[in-house]
Design a protein around this ligand. Structure first.
Ligand code: ADP
Ligand code: MG
Length: 726
């Protein structure tokens, strides 16, 4: 780390040009899913009966018979080997927030010769050593065994790397006692619960066509790119994913010239290769554009069944990071890589689809479809209002604390945006039960009329809402860019399943005396009335909203530590248990893991801040101070006027003195936090209240020095460089 290295990195950037991919003549339909063992491959490679049996297992989430598993495994292996795979791995999502894999080759020894083999047993079940994955106290290390089980609803795929290829089999990860040790299992369970309750309610509404309902998901993924040579000179970025120091650049994002701007050539070449790779993996990426902050971008796929879309988002994040290296970039997925510059989120577009091809959140053009839509809307309002605390926990982590509630991101208070017209309809419905008429003097009743068409234009969007209705889906915008989306979606599915069950119970209860239509009307109107406090169409960033939300009694958990404690509250455990999504033990262990992850994140940041401040910033500042002192003394000896210069020297010395004091302060609170012996929650509080705050003070001081020290001596790439040089 030296100022010379910084200059050299900048000089290198000037000479970099877009990196070409091997075959730019891309046939997208042919490329799409080329590395996926999908339905086409299954049909082509399996006997008819086996193919049908497998499809049925996939659709109904059933286990494969051993004989069928052997057939599928063999077909999969042959396909994979033809495509250059030598190894396979079960690919799963432990509670680390990322994916895990342990590769085995297909090779087996027989009579001194190597054969490429893959059994049904190896396909359906794996036994990775689970002892080093977080379990939040679920397993004692002496019984640390877990197993991975193929999730046939998510197709196997091949990852190509520089020197080979690996067959990846998406799996769930459980302990031998059947407890979920991953993020995927509760997601699958929640989708099942949603299916059960949605179908039950649809039947009640007179729909006998639908056989199953599944949640859908489209994740808009934001990210930053930084030139890798500059990145490597920032130990804070390397260790923590965000810059712990850095003075404001002369130009930030105030010009608003980056959003939807023309994409820089090196960046576009990168995006094209990312898309290329993702198409091969069957990820339907569709949109690319510049985001609001300098060097910030977004990628969005076409939505899919959420259990698959969650896996695909994990692949997206992996591919974004890996391809970046080939283009001399580092991809930053952290929620807030740069202070004072917009952070990154992941808009979680969520809806429900039927096997008959209907989107349940589409207002529709017939009275029946409209009635169904209003029932679903009531369910979402009730779900988000009743379980806002729980939904808030799913986006609670150290990185997202920099975003939620800050000026550019959705507030930490959950509310629903419906747009003016739909909000009017809801108000009319609510008023309808009370007075028999809406504001226009007509009766607003479900099942008789058609809703006015709801426009989907940009004016009807409110970017400040954490949970916005956007035409035919809800957009949960508070999810962090680096997050795995399994947890927010598992909770979303569960709280909606709960509301669907509640509505079905109520409708059933009233139907006998009033008939279906009147019962539905009453239940929907009552539910909307009861939960209308969750609706808010105004500016979610404003101070007035914070005050108003307080009056309405909406929860406001300002930071991750306050939020996480609700995950395993009595109400939420009861909910998880009722829908078979998590047991009490599983919920509590997850809560502990969230607290632990918070502590670890802040601990790593604290340690990194200390080391950068002590060994990089302080020496650079002292060197500069020395030079200035020598120069002032020389000038003074020559009889020159040096008053202003002396003052400047004293300012600098004072800042350096303060830097040393704040370093010592951070070191001391850090030690205290490390040795703190309390509950996971208390531990996290110490990190939040002592370590994170001491880091802020240290940064303030260091950033001040950055503006004083000779630029030629400053070793860390500056914001103006990391944000603008590509
Ligand atoms: P933006 O919000 O940036 O204007 P869109 O609203 O067009 O963009 O789409 C954002 C994402 O929402 C895309 O990934 C899209 O596939 C997804 N999406 C669209 N319809 C649904 C749906 N029914 N369920 C889930 N996601 C959906
Ligand atoms: Mg969007």
């Amino acid at each position: 780390m030296s100022a010379a290295a910084r200059v050299a990195a900048i000089q290198l950037i000037a000479r970099k040009s877009p990196v070409a991919i091997a075959s730019p003549a891309i046939d997208v339909p042919e490329l799409f899913g080329a590395n996926v063992f999908g339905l086409d491959q299954m049909r082509a490679r399996l006997p008819e009966a086996a193919y049908k049996a497998l499809r049925s297992c996939m659709e109904h989430g059933q286990e494969l018979e051993p004989a069928l598993a052997d057939q599928v495994a063999n077909a999969m292996k042959e396909w994979a080997v033809e495509r250059g795979a030598t190894h396979f791995t079960h690919w799963f999502q432990p509670m680390t927030g990322s994916t895990a894999e342990k590769h085995d080759s297909f090779a087996s020894l027989e009579g001194g010769k190597v054969l490429m083999e893959f059994s049904g047993k190896a396909l359906i079940k794996g036994e990775p050593d689970a002892s080093s994955f977080p379990s939040g106290g679920l397993r004692a290390t002496f019984e640390a065994r877990g197993y991975t089980a193929w999730d046939p609803t998510s197709p196997a795929f091949i990852r190509e790397t520089t020197n080979g290829a690996t067959l990846c089999i998406p799996t769930a990860f459980c302990s031998w006692t059947g407890e979920a040790l991953d993020e995927k299992t509760p997601l699958l369970r929640s989708a099942e619960a949603l299916n059960r309750e949605a179908v039950r309610l649809l039947r009640l509404l007179g729909d006998h066509q639908v056989n199953y309902v599944y949640p859908t998901l489209g994740c808009e993924q934001e990210y930053f790119l930084i030139d890798r040579d500059l990145y490597l000179l920032r130990p804070d970025l390397v260790a923590t994913g965000r810059t712990l120091f850095g003075a404001r650049p002369p130009k930030g994002q105030e010009l608003e010239d980056h959003y939807f701007g023309s994409i820089a050539p090196r960046v576009l070449a990168y995006m094209q290769e990312v898309e290329h790779e993702l198409w091969k993996l069957g990820v339907p990426v569709k949109t690319r554009h510049n985001e609001v902050a300098p060097s910030q971008y977004e990628l969005a796929p076409i939505f899919e069944r959420s259990t698959v879309a969650v896996d695909h988002n994990m692949l997206c994040m992996e591919v974004l990071k890996q391809v970046a290296l080939r283009h001399g970039f580092q991809c930053l997925l952290h929620e807030k890589p740069y202070a004072g510059i917009n952070g990154s989120g992941k808009h979680n577009n969520w809806s429900m689809s039927t096997d008959t091809g209907d989107n349940l959140l589409d207002p529709g053009r017939s009275p029946e479809a409209n009635m169904r839509f209003m029932v679903m809307l009531a369910a979402v309002m009730r779900g988000v209002d009743t379980h806002a605390d729980l939904l808030r926990t799913t986006i609670a982590h150290a990185g997202n604390d920099h975003r939620l509630g800050a000026n550019e991101a959705p507030p930490a208070i959950l509310s629903i945006y419906l747009g003016e017209q739909l909000a009017d309809v809801v108000q009319a419905l609510i008023a309808g039960t009370g007075r028999g008429s809406d504001r226009r003097g007509e009766t607003m009743r479900l099942g008789v009329g058609v809703l006015p068409p709801l426009p989907r234009d940009a004016t009807d969007r409110n970017r400040t809402s954490p949970f916005a209705f956007t035409g035919n889906k809800f957009e949960f915008r508070a999810v962090g860019s680096s997050q795995a989306t399994a947890k927010p979606n598992a909770v979303l599915n569960t709280i909606i399943a709960d509301s669907l069950a509640h509505l079905a119970n109520e409708i059933e209860r009233l139907q006998a005396q009033k008939g279906l239509e009147a019962a539905v009307n009453e239940v929907v109107a009552d539910t909307m009335k009861k939960h209308q406090r969750i609706l808010f169409n105004g500016n979610g960033y404003s101070a007035e909203w914070h005050a108003e939300a307080g009056k309405r009694g909406l929860p406001n958990f300002r930071n991750a530590v306050d939020a996480i404690g609700n995950f395993a509250s009595k109400k939420n455990v009861e909910l998880f248990e009722r829908f078979g999504v998590l047991s009490a033990k599983e919920a509590e262990s997850r809560m502990n893991i969230m607290f632990e992850a918070y502590c670890k994140a802040i601990a790593i940041e604290g340690q990194s801040a200390l080391s950068v401040a002590r060994t990089i910033i302080l020496p650079a500042a002292q060197k500069s101070q020395h030079e200035v002192a020598v120069s002032v003394m020389a000038a003074k000896a020559a009889g020159a006027e040096t008053k202003a210069q002396e003052k400047r020297l004293r300012d600098m010395a004072l800042r350096i003195e303060t830097l040393v004091t704040t370093i010592d302060e951070l070191a001391s609170v850090f030690e205290h936090a490390e040795s703190h012996a309390g509950s996971p929650q208390e531990h996290a509080k110490v990190y939040r209240d002592k370590v994170a705050t001491a880091m802020v003070r240290l940064r303030e001081c260091a950033d001040g020095l950055e503006t004083m020290v000779n630029d030629a001596d400053w070793p860390l790439p500056k914001y103006r460089e990391v944000l603008f040089l590509q």
